[in-house]
Design a protein around this ligand. Structure first.
Ligand code: ADP
Ligand code: MG
Length: 729
């Protein structure tokens, strides 16, 4: 067997679960111990300073430099009491993952004495040397450097010996270079617009908060096996590999118990997460072998997203301690399920009402229906923008495969709600309603059961499904930063709600009674956009046809999907709601295009290298062995016997030769296509060329390699096989 594969497999066979020193205390005793939360603030800050923080968080008031100094000093004392030596501004550039640059508290005083200090100025703002983060040309256009600024709404925390301060990352002229800045803007927009609509029903509502509960799917692969697969190390997915005879047919992994090495990893992770105030709640096996899922209790979107980013980072590190590598790629293995990251999304008021949950009376239900219908319209009008927000080289390999929603957006509402919408459409009239008509309608609305969670007929094939008290957005990939889609969904919702309010106000100004005005606009909206609702099997071929008839869009090409960020309708939302300016939006699309190009470029190079350096030499070795064998047979057998006995073998030798020749030809063609694409002047042109001319070679090349894998002696095969990657525990 190839030396690397052999060593890797041997290493795995000796693995034992890594001991975890499970805390004896209850979670409540250490939950949030590594977060500068209220409890810790009270020990290190005065009440006055804490009040200033509260006002900054809840009322968007500015923090004075004096207060910042006091906070920084308190933070430092708390951090030092926890063994911290360094601090960092922690931010989310437009790459995958987070960024940090650690500085020590140590500095010289004016008198030249060594001291430890952390000032308000440093807490509030920093200038990381960030010239290598993607900016889509923004920093060139405006000013060379970017800076990070404190996001006071997400508390500071400690990882290892470092105090981490969540920040936004912007250019000197204020253009966003990260995910957090536009996310905060989108959340403010949706707060404002939703509060406006809520006030039709309850004047006491002053604030609406968007919530996010993410479900993170991932694979674990033993580190030794991972290291023996250059494609996994360099691209995050297997570029080749014949499917294993057993995969997920039996569903035995989904229902099975979690392997003990994995349980150790999960316990370790949970402990670290609880200390960081991340409220993990569920863990379980997923459908594919060695695939798992993790989900917390939902939180306000900005904090929830910070926590997701932090968890992904912790998972990578803690997995290594347990001799695993965690795969966040959306499709690491062909022919088994991919990984997504479902976004459970809801809006709640400061009066304690979940706007996506039915109310207790007709009025509450009218509020509920208003929001549900506006979500439906929001998705209908922004199909292309929502798709753009989740499109990437990696997620595109998952979408549309048999376990993931297709690239068509649709909304699932369930039977009771769909019926209610039909009723509204039929019974609401465009003239002044009679008292009888009003009563009938109110009666109908009153009939929505208060709790829908348990009786929504769950549809797991819908990309945007109502699940009783929230919407579950399932098109997002497992490696994504949730902010990308949360920016778009919340901004689009804000835009839709404002639009709705304008229409209602217009009728009210024409002396239509408020309730009637709302009903009429809702009726109109249902009519216009109900074609987005689909209750059937979203994975089926019929749906693709049906969606086409309904004129819903379906775009599978990544660059084409990304361009929709700049559509007229998308700009209305993103620029209209002041989430981005023109330059920011353009640069964001450029960054996404560049990420796409780089990913496909790396994949193509790795595939070329592996084909030429691993696969073809192995094929030649095996071919030689066959040749030796038939040469020897000639010495032993008569001419007639020889012809007959070696006929099949000679065919196989020829077939292997054909694969080798084809592989060489395809790899050469792919290299030429890459050269062509690389020479194009514009990043968008490049992206299209990589999609249309380079990426198309991957499947063709893979097919030859996977056939060779079946033909060649197992002992010779250089790469760890699928059955070993997926079933070694
Ligand atoms: P399932 O696998 O059935 O979709 P899970 O229990 O794995 O459900 O995940 C549900 C996710 O939805 C959790 O993260 C949970 O916190 C979140 N969630 C529950 N209620 C809400 C809500 N009102 N708003 C947002 N997220 C919610
Ligand atoms: Mg789910």
């Amino acid at each position: 067997m190839s030396k690397f594969r052999f060593i890797a497999l041997q290493e795995v066979s000796q693995r034992k679960p890594v001991d975890v020193h499970a805390p004896e205390k209850e979670v409540a005793d250490y939950f949030g111990s590594h977060v500068f939360n209220k409890k810790n603030m009270q020990k290190y800050l005065s009440q006055q300073t804490i009040d200033a923080i509260d006002q900054a968080v809840n009322e968007s008031k500015n923090i004075s430099l004096q207060d910042a100094d006091l906070i920084a000093n308190g933070m430092k004392s708390w951090a030092k009491d926890n063994g911290v030596t360094h601090y960092t501004h922690w931010f989310q550039p437009l790459t995958d993952g987070t960024a940090e640059k650690h500085d020590s508290f140590f500095e010289f005083s004016k008198e030249g004495n060594p001291i430890e200090r952390f000032s308000g100025k440093v807490l509030v703002q920093q200038e990381p040397d960030a010239s290598s983060f993607p900016s889509g040309g923004l920093r060139n256009t405006f000013e060379a450097r970017g800076y990070t600024a404190w996001d006071i709404s997400s508390p500071a925390f400690i990882v290892d010996d470092t105090l981490c301060i969540p920040t936004i990352f912007i250019s000197y002229t204020g253009e966003a270079l990260d995910y957090k800045t536009p996310l905060l803007k989108a959340l403010m927009s949706v707060d404002k617009a939703a509060t406006g609509v809520c006030q039709y029903f309850d004047k006491n509502v002053q604030k609406v908060t968007a919530n996010l509960g993410w479900e993170q799917e991932y694979f674990l692969v033993d580190s030794a096996l991972y290291r023996a697969r250059p494609d996994l190390c360099l691209t995050g997915r297997t570029l080749m590999g014949h499917s294993s005879a057993k995969e997920q047919q039996l569903d035995d992994h989904y229902f099975g118990s979690i392997p003990s090495r994995v349980t150790s990893f999960m316990k370790d992770l949970e402990y670290e997460c609880y200390k960081l105030g991340i409220p993990l709640k569920t863990r379980h096996n997923e459908v594919a072998p060695n695939q798992f899922e993790l989900a917390p209790i939902y939180e306000e979107v900005n904090l929830a997203n910070d926590h997701n980013q932090l968890v992904m980072d912790l998972m990578k590190r803690i997995a290594l301690k347990h001799n695993f590598n965690v795969l966040f790629h959306e499709k690491p293995f062909q022919s088994v399920n991919g990984s997504g990251k479902h976004n459970n999304w809801s809006l709640t008021t400061d009066t304690g009402v979940n706007l996506f949950a039915p109310g207790k009376n007709p009025k509450g239900n009218m509020l509920f229906l208003t929001f549900i219908i506006n979500v439906m319209v929001m998705v209908f009008k922004n199909q292309d923008l929502i798709r753009a927000s989740i499109m990437s080289a990696t997620n595109n390999r998952r979408l549309g495969a048999n376990e993931a929603p297709p690239a068509i957006l649709s909304v699932f509402l369930g039977k009771s709600l769909s019926k209610m919408l039909d009723k509204l459409e039929k019974e609401v009239v465009d003239y002044k309603m009679t008292p009888e008509e009003k009563t009938a309608l109110k009666l109908g609305i009153g009939k929505i059961p208060e709790i829908l969670i348990d009786n929504t007929d769950r549809n797991r094939t819908s990309p945007f499904a109502f699940t009783g008290n929230r919407f579950e957005f399932r098109a997002q990939g497992s490696s994504a930063n949730c902010a990308a889609s949360m920016i778009v969904i919340n901004a689009a919702m804000a835009h839709q709600l404002s639009d709705f309010k304008n229409q209602v106000d217009e009728l009210i100004n024409k002396n239509v009674n408020k309730d009637e005005a709302i009903f009429r606009v809702l009726k109109k909206l249902i009519k216009e956009s109900k074609s987005i609702c689909f209750e059937g099997d979203g994975y089926s071929k019929q749906w693709e046809k049906e969606a086409k008839k309904r004129r819903l869009t379906n775009i599978n090409n990544v660059p084409q999907a990304l361009l929709k960020y700049e559509d007229k309708a998308s700009k209305k939302v993103l620029i209209g709601e002041k989430i981005f300016n023109e330059a920011e939006l353009e640069s964001r699309v450029d960054v996404e295009m560049e990420k796409y190009v780089k990913k496909i470029q790396i994949e193509a190079r790795v595939l070329g290298d592996l084909t030429i350096n691993h696969i073809i030499p192995t094929a030649v070795t095996y071919q030689n062995r066959l040749l030796d064998n038939i040469v020897k047979m000639k010495e032993v057998f008569s001419a007639d016997e020889y012809e007959q006995l070696t006929c099949k073998r000679r065919e196989l030798i020829k077939e292997i030769q054909e694969h080798i020749d084809e592989l060489k030809r395809l790899v050469n063609e792919m290299i030429e296509a890459r050269k062509y694409a690389n020479n194009l002047p514009d990043i968008r042109q490049k992206a299209f060329a990589y999609s249309d001319k380079v990426d198309i070679y991957q499947d063709k090349i893979r097919e030859h390699i996977d056939t060779l894998e079946m033909e060649i002696d197992n002992e010779l095969w250089p790469l760890v096989k699928y059955r070993e990657l997926l079933f070694t525990k």
